[in-house]
Ligand binder design. Structure first.
Ligand code: ATP
Ligand code: MG
Length: 397
Protein backbone atom coordinates (compact mmCIF):
# COMPACT_ATOMS: atom_id res chain seq x y z
CA UNK A 1 0.00 0.00 0.00
CA UNK A 2 1.52 3.26 -1.15
CA UNK A 3 0.44 6.23 0.95
CA UNK A 4 0.18 9.57 -0.76
CA UNK A 5 1.18 12.34 1.60
CA UNK A 6 -0.48 15.65 0.63
CA UNK A 7 1.76 18.35 -0.84
CA UNK A 8 1.48 20.76 2.08
CA UNK A 9 2.43 18.04 4.56
CA UNK A 10 5.39 16.98 2.37
CA UNK A 11 6.46 20.58 2.24
CA UNK A 12 6.35 20.99 6.02
CA UNK A 13 8.29 17.77 6.59
CA UNK A 14 10.78 18.82 3.89
CA UNK A 15 11.42 22.16 5.56
CA UNK A 16 12.08 20.50 8.91
CA UNK A 17 14.42 17.98 7.28
CA UNK A 18 16.34 20.67 5.42
CA UNK A 19 16.96 22.28 8.78
CA UNK A 20 18.45 19.05 10.09
CA UNK A 21 15.49 17.75 12.05
CA UNK A 22 13.55 14.56 11.56
CA UNK A 23 9.83 14.75 10.92
CA UNK A 24 7.01 12.36 10.15
CA UNK A 25 3.29 12.26 9.61
CA UNK A 26 1.90 10.35 12.54
CA UNK A 27 -1.16 8.85 14.20
CA UNK A 28 -4.65 8.93 12.72
CA UNK A 29 -3.53 9.94 9.24
CA UNK A 30 -1.30 6.86 8.89
CA UNK A 31 -4.03 4.61 10.25
CA UNK A 32 -6.70 6.02 7.94
CA UNK A 33 -4.42 5.99 4.88
CA UNK A 34 -3.54 2.33 5.46
CA UNK A 35 -7.25 1.59 5.75
CA UNK A 36 -7.81 3.34 2.45
CA UNK A 37 -9.74 6.22 4.00
CA UNK A 38 -9.02 9.85 3.34
CA UNK A 39 -7.50 11.18 6.60
CA UNK A 40 -9.40 13.98 8.27
CA UNK A 41 -6.19 15.82 9.09
CA UNK A 42 -2.47 15.15 8.98
CA UNK A 43 -0.48 15.56 12.17
CA UNK A 44 3.26 15.96 12.02
CA UNK A 45 5.77 15.07 14.71
CA UNK A 46 9.34 16.24 14.76
CA UNK A 47 12.60 16.21 16.69
CA UNK A 48 12.68 20.02 16.49
CA UNK A 49 11.80 21.82 19.74
CA UNK A 50 8.80 24.14 19.48
CA UNK A 51 10.95 27.26 19.15
CA UNK A 52 13.07 25.52 16.53
CA UNK A 53 9.93 24.57 14.62
CA UNK A 54 8.75 28.18 14.77
CA UNK A 55 12.13 29.32 13.46
CA UNK A 56 11.89 26.88 10.53
CA UNK A 57 8.52 28.33 9.56
CA UNK A 58 9.25 31.99 10.16
CA UNK A 59 8.10 32.77 6.63
CA UNK A 60 4.71 31.23 7.33
CA UNK A 61 1.90 32.05 9.66
CA UNK A 62 2.57 30.21 12.90
CA UNK A 63 0.12 29.82 15.78
CA UNK A 64 1.51 28.73 19.17
CA UNK A 65 -1.32 26.27 19.77
CA UNK A 66 0.03 24.40 22.77
CA UNK A 67 3.68 25.26 23.09
CA UNK A 68 3.86 23.73 26.56
CA UNK A 69 2.88 20.39 25.07
CA UNK A 70 5.10 20.97 22.08
CA UNK A 71 2.44 21.77 19.51
CA UNK A 72 2.50 24.66 17.11
CA UNK A 73 0.25 25.18 14.13
CA UNK A 74 1.70 26.25 10.80
CA UNK A 75 -0.50 27.45 7.98
CA UNK A 76 0.59 25.91 4.71
CA UNK A 77 -2.52 26.02 2.52
CA UNK A 78 -4.34 24.97 5.69
CA UNK A 79 -3.47 24.59 9.37
CA UNK A 80 -0.98 21.81 10.13
CA UNK A 81 -0.21 20.75 13.68
CA UNK A 82 3.45 20.07 14.31
CA UNK A 83 4.33 18.51 17.66
CA UNK A 84 7.75 17.88 19.13
CA UNK A 85 8.52 14.23 19.98
CA UNK A 86 7.32 13.89 23.52
CA UNK A 87 7.53 11.68 26.55
CA UNK A 88 4.66 12.03 28.96
CA UNK A 89 5.62 12.41 32.62
CA UNK A 90 3.74 10.83 35.51
CA UNK A 91 -0.01 10.97 35.31
CA UNK A 92 -1.69 12.51 38.33
CA UNK A 93 -5.41 12.49 37.76
CA UNK A 94 -6.08 9.60 35.34
CA UNK A 95 -6.12 12.13 32.61
CA UNK A 96 -3.22 14.48 32.13
CA UNK A 97 0.48 13.96 32.57
CA UNK A 98 1.92 16.23 35.26
CA UNK A 99 4.61 17.29 32.82
CA UNK A 100 5.83 16.43 29.38
CA UNK A 101 9.41 16.30 28.28
CA UNK A 102 10.71 16.51 24.78
CA UNK A 103 12.86 13.86 23.15
CA UNK A 104 14.88 13.55 19.96
CA UNK A 105 13.52 10.08 19.42
CA UNK A 106 10.57 9.00 17.32
CA UNK A 107 10.43 5.69 19.26
CA UNK A 108 9.82 7.46 22.57
CA UNK A 109 7.04 9.49 21.01
CA UNK A 110 5.31 6.46 19.52
CA UNK A 111 5.25 4.52 22.79
CA UNK A 112 3.16 7.17 24.59
CA UNK A 113 0.39 6.83 21.99
CA UNK A 114 -2.78 5.04 22.90
CA UNK A 115 -3.35 2.18 20.45
CA UNK A 116 -1.12 0.22 18.11
CA UNK A 117 -3.12 1.41 15.10
CA UNK A 118 -2.56 5.03 16.24
CA UNK A 119 1.15 4.60 16.93
CA UNK A 120 2.58 4.54 13.42
CA UNK A 121 4.55 7.22 11.61
CA UNK A 122 5.41 7.68 7.97
CA UNK A 123 8.47 9.44 6.62
CA UNK A 124 8.70 11.67 3.56
CA UNK A 125 10.10 8.71 1.61
CA UNK A 126 7.02 6.67 2.50
CA UNK A 127 8.69 4.42 5.04
CA UNK A 128 6.39 3.37 7.85
CA UNK A 129 7.63 3.06 11.42
CA UNK A 130 5.41 0.53 13.14
CA UNK A 131 6.96 -0.65 16.40
CA UNK A 132 3.86 -2.21 17.97
CA UNK A 133 2.28 -4.22 15.20
CA UNK A 134 -0.16 -1.54 14.15
CA UNK A 135 -0.41 -2.86 10.60
CA UNK A 136 -1.13 -6.36 11.81
CA UNK A 137 -3.85 -5.05 14.11
CA UNK A 138 -5.34 -3.05 11.26
CA UNK A 139 -5.53 -6.26 9.24
CA UNK A 140 -7.01 -8.16 12.15
CA UNK A 141 -9.32 -5.20 12.89
CA UNK A 142 -8.21 -4.91 16.49
CA UNK A 143 -7.90 -2.04 18.93
CA UNK A 144 -5.00 -2.89 21.23
CA UNK A 145 -3.23 -0.68 23.73
CA UNK A 146 0.41 0.13 23.25
CA UNK A 147 2.02 -1.56 26.26
CA UNK A 148 0.15 -2.81 29.31
CA UNK A 149 -3.49 -1.89 28.89
CA UNK A 150 -4.35 -1.50 32.59
CA UNK A 151 -1.38 0.84 33.08
CA UNK A 152 -2.36 2.89 30.05
CA UNK A 153 -5.92 3.32 31.35
CA UNK A 154 -4.59 4.24 34.79
CA UNK A 155 -2.53 6.96 33.14
CA UNK A 156 -5.43 8.31 31.13
CA UNK A 157 -8.90 6.87 31.51
CA UNK A 158 -10.22 8.76 28.51
CA UNK A 159 -8.45 6.07 26.49
CA UNK A 160 -11.23 3.72 27.60
CA UNK A 161 -13.71 5.85 25.69
CA UNK A 162 -11.32 6.26 22.78
CA UNK A 163 -10.99 2.48 22.51
CA UNK A 164 -14.76 2.06 22.34
CA UNK A 165 -15.05 4.93 19.90
CA UNK A 166 -12.39 3.68 17.49
CA UNK A 167 -13.75 0.14 17.67
CA UNK A 168 -17.22 1.37 16.71
CA UNK A 169 -16.23 3.85 14.04
CA UNK A 170 -13.69 1.54 12.41
CA UNK A 171 -15.81 -1.56 12.88
CA UNK A 172 -13.03 -3.22 14.90
CA UNK A 173 -13.03 -5.51 17.90
CA UNK A 174 -11.16 -4.76 21.09
CA UNK A 175 -8.30 -7.15 21.71
CA UNK A 176 -8.99 -9.38 24.77
CA UNK A 177 -6.30 -8.00 27.14
CA UNK A 178 -7.33 -4.45 26.31
CA UNK A 179 -11.00 -5.39 26.74
CA UNK A 180 -10.31 -6.98 30.11
CA UNK A 181 -8.53 -3.86 31.32
CA UNK A 182 -11.41 -1.68 30.13
CA UNK A 183 -13.85 -3.67 32.28
CA UNK A 184 -11.46 -3.54 35.23
CA UNK A 185 -10.73 0.16 34.98
CA UNK A 186 -14.13 1.51 33.97
CA UNK A 187 -14.72 3.32 37.28
CA UNK A 188 -11.79 5.61 36.46
CA UNK A 189 -14.14 7.30 34.01
CA UNK A 190 -15.60 9.06 37.04
CA UNK A 191 -12.42 11.15 37.07
CA UNK A 192 -12.86 12.27 33.48
CA UNK A 193 -14.68 15.45 32.53
CA UNK A 194 -18.21 14.63 31.39
CA UNK A 195 -17.78 16.59 28.21
CA UNK A 196 -14.77 14.52 27.12
CA UNK A 197 -16.66 11.31 27.71
CA UNK A 198 -19.66 12.64 25.86
CA UNK A 199 -17.63 13.66 22.80
CA UNK A 200 -16.14 10.19 22.43
CA UNK A 201 -19.44 8.49 23.18
CA UNK A 202 -21.24 10.58 20.57
CA UNK A 203 -18.66 9.66 17.94
CA UNK A 204 -19.07 6.06 18.99
CA UNK A 205 -22.82 6.27 18.38
CA UNK A 206 -22.17 7.30 14.78
CA UNK A 207 -20.32 4.04 14.21
CA UNK A 208 -21.33 0.42 14.19
CA UNK A 209 -21.76 0.40 17.93
CA UNK A 210 -24.07 -2.53 18.61
CA UNK A 211 -21.43 -5.10 19.58
CA UNK A 212 -19.48 -2.56 21.60
CA UNK A 213 -22.59 -1.40 23.48
CA UNK A 214 -23.33 -5.02 24.20
CA UNK A 215 -19.86 -6.17 25.25
CA UNK A 216 -19.19 -3.00 27.27
CA UNK A 217 -22.65 -2.25 28.64
CA UNK A 218 -21.12 -2.18 32.15
CA UNK A 219 -18.79 0.61 30.99
CA UNK A 220 -21.57 2.62 29.35
CA UNK A 221 -23.58 2.38 32.58
CA UNK A 222 -20.81 4.13 34.50
CA UNK A 223 -21.86 7.36 32.81
CA UNK A 224 -25.38 6.46 31.59
CA UNK A 225 -26.82 4.20 34.30
CA UNK A 226 -30.19 4.34 32.50
CA UNK A 227 -28.85 2.82 29.26
CA UNK A 228 -30.99 -0.08 28.04
CA UNK A 229 -28.69 -2.68 26.61
CA UNK A 230 -31.09 -5.57 26.09
CA UNK A 231 -30.90 -7.39 22.77
CA UNK A 232 -34.04 -5.76 21.37
CA UNK A 233 -32.83 -2.24 22.08
CA UNK A 234 -29.40 -2.95 20.63
CA UNK A 235 -30.98 -4.47 17.55
CA UNK A 236 -33.05 -1.31 17.07
CA UNK A 237 -29.98 0.85 17.43
CA UNK A 238 -28.08 -1.27 14.93
CA UNK A 239 -30.94 -0.99 12.45
CA UNK A 240 -31.28 2.79 12.88
CA UNK A 241 -29.45 5.47 10.91
CA UNK A 242 -26.22 6.56 12.61
CA UNK A 243 -27.69 9.72 14.13
CA UNK A 244 -26.66 10.42 17.72
CA UNK A 245 -29.97 11.98 18.85
CA UNK A 246 -32.03 9.10 17.55
CA UNK A 247 -29.66 6.50 18.94
CA UNK A 248 -29.53 8.23 22.31
CA UNK A 249 -33.32 8.18 22.49
CA UNK A 250 -33.36 4.49 21.58
CA UNK A 251 -30.72 3.81 24.22
CA UNK A 252 -32.72 5.59 26.91
CA UNK A 253 -35.79 3.65 25.80
CA UNK A 254 -38.26 3.45 28.66
CA UNK A 255 -36.29 5.82 30.90
CA UNK A 256 -38.36 8.57 32.49
CA UNK A 257 -38.02 11.69 30.34
CA UNK A 258 -37.00 13.92 33.24
CA UNK A 259 -34.31 11.48 34.24
CA UNK A 260 -32.96 11.26 30.68
CA UNK A 261 -33.07 15.05 30.44
CA UNK A 262 -30.94 15.35 33.57
CA UNK A 263 -28.50 12.74 32.39
CA UNK A 264 -28.02 14.44 29.02
CA UNK A 265 -27.51 17.79 30.73
CA UNK A 266 -24.94 16.28 33.06
CA UNK A 267 -23.12 14.83 30.10
CA UNK A 268 -22.96 18.38 28.72
CA UNK A 269 -24.96 17.65 25.61
CA UNK A 270 -25.93 20.74 23.62
CA UNK A 271 -29.45 22.14 24.02
CA UNK A 272 -30.62 20.84 20.66
CA UNK A 273 -29.70 17.27 21.60
CA UNK A 274 -31.16 17.49 25.10
CA UNK A 275 -34.41 18.92 23.80
CA UNK A 276 -34.87 16.69 20.78
CA UNK A 277 -34.08 13.49 22.68
CA UNK A 278 -36.47 14.55 25.45
CA UNK A 279 -39.20 15.28 22.92
CA UNK A 280 -38.65 11.86 21.32
CA UNK A 281 -38.88 10.11 24.68
CA UNK A 282 -41.89 12.16 25.71
CA UNK A 283 -43.77 11.39 22.51
CA UNK A 284 -44.54 7.76 23.28
CA UNK A 285 -48.03 8.70 24.50
CA UNK A 286 -48.92 10.70 21.40
CA UNK A 287 -51.44 9.01 19.16
CA UNK A 288 -50.09 9.03 15.63
CA UNK A 289 -52.04 8.72 12.44
CA UNK A 290 -51.41 9.17 8.73
CA UNK A 291 -54.42 11.53 8.61
CA UNK A 292 -53.63 15.16 7.93
CA UNK A 293 -55.55 16.63 10.90
CA UNK A 294 -53.58 14.41 13.31
CA UNK A 295 -50.32 15.34 11.62
CA UNK A 296 -51.20 19.01 11.87
CA UNK A 297 -51.77 18.57 15.59
CA UNK A 298 -48.34 16.96 15.79
CA UNK A 299 -46.84 19.92 13.91
CA UNK A 300 -48.68 22.28 16.20
CA UNK A 301 -47.30 20.56 19.28
CA UNK A 302 -43.69 20.06 18.20
CA UNK A 303 -42.91 22.20 15.16
CA UNK A 304 -41.55 20.80 11.92
CA UNK A 305 -38.13 19.55 12.97
CA UNK A 306 -39.17 17.86 16.17
CA UNK A 307 -42.28 16.36 14.56
CA UNK A 308 -40.05 14.63 12.05
CA UNK A 309 -37.75 13.54 14.87
CA UNK A 310 -40.72 12.10 16.75
CA UNK A 311 -41.85 10.17 13.68
CA UNK A 312 -38.36 8.83 13.09
CA UNK A 313 -38.11 7.74 16.69
CA UNK A 314 -41.57 6.15 16.45
CA UNK A 315 -40.44 4.23 13.37
CA UNK A 316 -37.25 2.95 14.97
CA UNK A 317 -38.92 2.07 18.25
CA UNK A 318 -41.45 0.13 16.17
CA UNK A 319 -44.48 2.16 17.12
CA UNK A 320 -45.29 2.78 13.44
CA UNK A 321 -44.42 0.83 10.30
CA UNK A 322 -42.07 1.99 7.56
CA UNK A 323 -45.08 2.40 5.30
CA UNK A 324 -46.92 4.57 7.80
CA UNK A 325 -43.77 6.57 8.40
CA UNK A 326 -43.34 7.19 4.67
CA UNK A 327 -46.90 8.44 4.28
CA UNK A 328 -46.66 10.61 7.40
CA UNK A 329 -43.47 12.30 6.26
CA UNK A 330 -44.90 12.84 2.79
CA UNK A 331 -48.07 14.35 4.24
CA UNK A 332 -46.10 16.59 6.59
CA UNK A 333 -43.97 17.86 3.72
CA UNK A 334 -47.14 18.52 1.76
CA UNK A 335 -48.84 20.33 4.65
CA UNK A 336 -45.80 22.56 4.99
CA UNK A 337 -45.18 23.31 1.31
CA UNK A 338 -48.84 24.00 0.67
CA UNK A 339 -48.81 26.43 3.61
CA UNK A 340 -51.78 24.81 5.33
CA UNK A 341 -52.67 26.20 8.70
CA UNK A 342 -51.76 24.24 11.81
CA UNK A 343 -50.85 26.98 14.30
CA UNK A 344 -52.56 30.06 15.70
CA UNK A 345 -49.93 32.19 13.96
CA UNK A 346 -51.09 30.83 10.60
CA UNK A 347 -54.77 31.32 11.38
CA UNK A 348 -56.42 34.01 9.23
CA UNK A 349 -57.82 35.75 12.31
CA UNK A 350 -56.01 36.93 15.41
CA UNK A 351 -56.82 38.05 18.93
CA UNK A 352 -57.70 41.60 18.07
CA UNK A 353 -60.06 40.44 15.30
CA UNK A 354 -61.94 38.44 17.92
CA UNK A 355 -61.97 41.07 20.64
CA UNK A 356 -63.14 43.76 18.21
CA UNK A 357 -66.28 41.69 17.63
CA UNK A 358 -67.23 42.75 21.12
CA UNK A 359 -69.13 39.56 21.89
CA UNK A 360 -66.64 37.62 23.98
CA UNK A 361 -65.07 38.63 27.28
CA UNK A 362 -61.31 39.15 26.81
CA UNK A 363 -60.42 36.04 28.72
CA UNK A 364 -62.24 33.88 26.14
CA UNK A 365 -60.29 35.19 23.13
CA UNK A 366 -57.73 32.39 23.29
CA UNK A 367 -60.40 29.78 23.61
CA UNK A 368 -62.26 31.13 20.57
CA UNK A 369 -59.08 31.16 18.49
CA UNK A 370 -58.29 27.61 19.50
CA UNK A 371 -61.82 26.53 18.66
CA UNK A 372 -61.45 28.05 15.20
CA UNK A 373 -58.03 26.47 14.71
CA UNK A 374 -59.46 23.05 15.58
CA UNK A 375 -62.11 23.46 12.92
CA UNK A 376 -59.59 24.59 10.35
CA UNK A 377 -57.30 21.67 11.18
CA UNK A 378 -60.21 19.27 10.88
CA UNK A 379 -61.08 20.77 7.50
CA UNK A 380 -64.49 21.89 8.78
CA UNK A 381 -63.70 25.55 8.27
CA UNK A 382 -61.75 27.40 5.65
CA UNK A 383 -58.77 29.45 6.84
CA UNK A 384 -60.23 32.66 5.53
CA UNK A 385 -60.91 35.77 7.58
CA UNK A 386 -64.54 36.53 6.73
CA UNK A 387 -65.79 33.01 7.15
CA UNK A 388 -63.83 32.56 10.39
CA UNK A 389 -65.33 35.77 11.77
CA UNK A 390 -68.79 34.53 10.85
CA UNK A 391 -68.02 31.22 12.48
CA UNK A 392 -66.78 32.95 15.60
CA UNK A 393 -69.99 34.88 15.87
CA UNK A 394 -71.90 31.63 16.04
CA UNK A 395 -69.66 30.12 18.73
CA UNK A 396 -71.29 29.76 22.12
CA UNK A 397 -69.06 29.78 25.18
P1 ATP B 1 -9.43 11.27 14.64
O1 ATP B 1 -8.79 12.63 14.54
O2 ATP B 1 -9.87 10.68 13.37
O3 ATP B 1 -10.45 11.23 15.70
P2 ATP B 1 -6.85 10.54 15.59
O4 ATP B 1 -6.17 9.22 15.71
O5 ATP B 1 -6.21 11.57 14.74
O6 ATP B 1 -8.32 10.24 15.14
P3 ATP B 1 -6.65 12.42 17.72
O7 ATP B 1 -7.51 12.54 18.93
O8 ATP B 1 -6.69 13.52 16.72
O9 ATP B 1 -7.05 11.04 17.05
O10 ATP B 1 -5.18 12.17 18.23
C1 ATP B 1 -4.07 12.12 17.36
C2 ATP B 1 -3.10 11.05 17.83
O11 ATP B 1 -2.60 11.39 19.12
C3 ATP B 1 -3.71 9.67 17.98
O12 ATP B 1 -3.68 8.96 16.77
C4 ATP B 1 -2.83 9.05 19.03
O13 ATP B 1 -1.61 8.60 18.46
C5 ATP B 1 -2.49 10.22 19.92
N1 ATP B 1 -3.42 10.37 21.06
C6 ATP B 1 -4.52 11.15 21.11
N2 ATP B 1 -5.11 11.09 22.30
C7 ATP B 1 -4.38 10.25 23.04
C8 ATP B 1 -4.46 9.77 24.39
N3 ATP B 1 -5.47 10.13 25.18
N4 ATP B 1 -3.49 8.93 24.81
C9 ATP B 1 -2.48 8.57 24.01
N5 ATP B 1 -2.35 8.96 22.75
C10 ATP B 1 -3.28 9.80 22.25
MG1 MG C 1 -6.88 13.66 14.56
Amino acid sequence: MKITIPDNVMRAIGILEQNGYSAYAVGGCVRDSLLGYEPYDWDICTSALPEQTSECFKNFRVIPTGVKHGTITVIIDKPLEITTFRIDGDYLDNRRPSEVSFTRNLQDDLCRRDFTVNAMAISSSGEITDLYGGREDLKAKLIRCVGDAATRFDEDALRIMRALRFAATLGFKIEPETAKAIHEKKQLLENIAAERIQKEFTKMLTGSCRDILSEFSDVIKVFIPEAQTDTDTLQRIAASPAEPMLRLALLFGKTDTQQAFKRLRNLRYDNATVNTVSVMLNSTDDSLSIQRPQLKRLLNKYGEKNSKAVLKYSLHSEKITAEQYGIMIENIEDIITSGECYTLSKLAVNGSDISSLGIFPAKLTGKVLHGLLEQVIDGEAENEKKSLINLAKKLKY
